[in-house]
Design a protein around this ligand. Structure first.
Ligand SMILES: C[S@@+](CC[C@H](N)C(=O)[O-])C[C@H]1O[C@@H](n2cnc3c(N)ncnc32)[C@H](O)[C@@H]1O
Length: 293
């Protein structure tokens, strides 16, 4: 059962956007969450190869990772399916309960609610919880923007094979934190423009491949076909608030790309900086940060 569940997570090709911008995002924030917690013990939920431990920096003391199939994590990690709850993570509370790269969306709503309840009971008052879900209002899946949480929102998501994911809007996720006894501090959008599935026709046809364009720039390329997508207009979208947000960013991106004569890597960074510091669930990732009561 566990072996079957891990198969889709095994193949993860190299990705310069992840290696540069997305790692920078977590390398900037994980240390601030540890500092906010007032401690140094971190539980990394869905730890994969323990990347979050590396990104935590010198504030990190005790580190425990949990995964269906942990990779080569220094010091080892627990093999456990978080759909069954928090699992055998030891009696001592952690200062930071972390889940990166959309981890919370890999659980069904009931499973996530159970996990949040388990975390709140296991933690000490004041522990910080920072779990990232996939953002409901991402440009990747306009056909989900109007859906309610639950079965209508479950979509296949290609990793090594299809897994099922459930994106969240900030207020929905915040309500689940509060019900579990975790006071919401803030929401943070990640990867608004370069969301990996933007342009996949099974979610919405005709969207530009922005991530591929940014990746080409990061590799120093100036003539990759996806570079044209950085200036491409967005197709017709459902008449909802996220459409206006994504169109505004696309217009700014067009201007940045049109007047830039800088090096490709610098242009990639200028485009990426248009993501800003939003909290509306417009990104591929939506981190909900809270504090256990
Ligand atoms: C959601 S991402 C998290 C990525 C990871 N934090 C990183 O830094 O690269 C995928 C990871 O979550 C793990 N995962 C997915 N569903 C899980 C579950 N139900 N229980 C435990 N781990 C799970 C996968 O095995 C995979 O390693």
């Amino acid at each position: 059962m566990l072996a079957e569940a891990v198969r889709p997570y095994l193949v993860q090709p190299g990705d310069p956007v992840r290696e540069v911008f997305e790692c920078e995002f977590f390398a900037r924030l994980i240390p601030t969450w540890l500092a906010e917690s007032g401690g140094s013990a971190m539980l990394d939920l869905g730890c994969a190869d323990g990347l979050a431990g590396w990104l935590a920096g010198p504030l990190l003391g005790r580190y425990v990772g949990v995964d269906l199939d942990p990779g080569d994590v220094p010091g080892g990690a627990l093999r456990h399916d978080l759909r069954q709850g928090l699992g055998p993570v030891g009696a001592a509370p952690y200062d930071l309960y972390l889940g990166t790269f959309g981890m919370a969306s890999h659980l069904a709503p009931r499973e996530l609610e159970r996990l949040l309840g388990d975390i709140a009971r296991h933690a000490r008052p004041g522990s910080v919880v920072a779990l990232e879900a996939l953002g409901l209002n991402s440009l990747e899946w306009p056909r989900l923007w109007h859906t309610k949480p639950g079965a209508a929102r479950l979509i296949p998501y290609r990793l090594g094979a299809d897994v099922t994911v459930h994106p969240w809007a900030p207020r929905e996720l915040a309500a689940r934190y509060e019900s579990a006894g975790i006071r919401v501090l803030r929401a943070i959008d990640r990867t608004v423009q370069g969301a990996p599935k933007t342009g996949e026709p099974r979610y919405w046809a005709g969207l530009p491949r922005i991530r591929s364009g940014v990746a080409a720039l990061l590799r120093g390329e100036r003539s990759h076909p996806a570079l044209a997508d950085l200036s491409a207009p967005l197709p017709a979208l459902p008449p909802a608030a996220p459409a206006a947000v994504h169109r505004r960013i696309a217009a700014r991106r067009r201007r940045v790309v049109a007047c830039s004569d800088c090096l490709p890597q610098e242009l990639a960074r200028r485009v990426w900086s248009l993501d800003g510091r939003g909290s509306g669930g417009y990104g591929h990732g939506l981190v909900m940060v809270g504090r256990v009561r």
